[in-house]
Write a protein that binds this ligand. Structure first.
Ligand code: 5GP
Ligand code: ZN
Length: 132
């Protein structure tokens, strides 16, 4: 990795940067598997710099994160033909469900039949509001 994480930061992503076993790197950002995946292949994309949420990212970090999303999507589709969709999500703030306060973008592969009724997807952040 060419740019070090924020060395003095105590957040788990900065603290454990060396052991995150990242799968891809793009300039200011890296991607690695989520430790508690929602589905097989669930990845997290984060800036190397400690930034608490999406709204704290620089234009360059957003560009690199977006490029990683596209690269990883292509890679997943090529390796796993069972993947037929994706959820891309960011929890910004405690009240929005964020638990790790180092910005991360969830890339969650979806497969036909992986839940009974996928309609509404990310609307499910408020239980009971996914359907409409
Ligand atoms: P949040 O709720 O903040 O959006 O998501 C935090 C994510 O980080 C969760 O999906 C959780 O599984 C993941 N996570 C928590 N601790 C670790 C860890 O030590 N390593 C990795 N790879 N993922 C983690
Ligand atoms: Zn951090």
């Amino acid at each position: 990795m060419d740019t070090p994480f924020t060395a003095t930061c105590t957040c788990i992503f900065c603290k454990h940067a060396a052991s995150l076993s990242f799968t891809a790197e793009q300039g200011t950002c890296i991607a690695f598997p989520d430790k508690y995946p929602v589905t097989e292949g669930h990845l997290l994309i984060i800036p190397k710099r400690h930034a608490p949420d999406y709204f704290s990212l620089t234009a360059e970090e957003k560009k690199d994160a977006d490029a990683l999303l596209h690269r990883l999507k292509d890679d997943i589709l090529q390796k796993d033909p069972s993947v037929t969709g994706f959820n891309i999500g960011i929890n910004n703030g405690y009240d929005a469900g964020q638990t790790v306060f180092h910005c991360h973008i969830h890339l969650i592969p979806r497969r036909k039949g992986d839940c009974e009724n996928p309609r509404g997807g990310v609307r499910g952040v408020i239980p009971g509001k996914r359907g409409y």
